[in-house]
Design a binder for this molecule. Structure first.
Ligand SMILES: Cc1cc2nc3c(=O)[nH]c(=O)nc-3n(C[C@H](O)[C@H](O)[C@H](O)COP(=O)(O)O)c2cc1C
Length: 147
């Protein structure tokens, strides 16, 4: 990415269309759908000079994508058509000075202690990113940056 091109951070929420933890028989193993999403994301993002993080909890996705406006727009068009999730809602869309997730073709996170206590501090028993305001969105991105 050239130094003059503008970098954008897009954060959105969506609802998984597959059943959460559908492979309960394989305790400790990641859902096959998530494995596939991560594999394709990591391959394609590397080519498209995109980085970011995907958080999955309680059947919801929270994804932060960083890169050029063009790459983000192109990916978002695809994401809107991807039937593995639905009800996409943009939580934040801003220009940034530098990539926060540099080196992460797609970091992955799922419920952990710090996120649980973050949600608790907002009286949220279950992860529901549709209820996030800009402060919560930024707060979760901050946590995911440090994980
Ligand atoms: C929650 C979720 C997150 C995704 N994240 C990415 C991503 O970061 N990068 C990406 O290329 N595809 C991502 N995908 C997959 C795209 O929707 C799409 O299937 C993929 O880019 C392949 O596109 P193509 O069929 O045009 O090659 C994601 C899909 C889902 C459901």
């Amino acid at each position: 990415m050239s130094e003059t091109s503008q970098i954008v951070r897009l954060v959105y929420a969506s609802r998984a269309t597959f059943k959460p933890f559908s492979n309960v028989n394989n305790a400790g193993r990641m859902d096959e759908n998530i494995v596939n999403i991560l594999e394709i994301s990591r391959n394609k993002n590397a080519n498209n000079q995109l980085v970011g993080v995907l958080y999955y909890g309680h059947g919801h996705f929270f994804q932060c994508l960083e890169g050029s406006q063009k790459s983000i727009d192109q990916l978002y068009e695809k994401l809107l058509k991807d039937t593995r999730h639905t009800d996409l809602k943009i939580l934040s869309n801003q220009t940034i000075d530098k990539l926060g997730f540099l080196g992460w073709e797609m970091k992955f996170a799922t419920t952990d202690m710090e996120i649980r206590s973050f949600l608790k501090s907002y009286n949220m028993a279950r992860f529901d990113p549709y209820k996030f305001d800009s402060k919560m969105t930024e707060g979760l991105v901050e946590i995911l940056l440090k994980l």
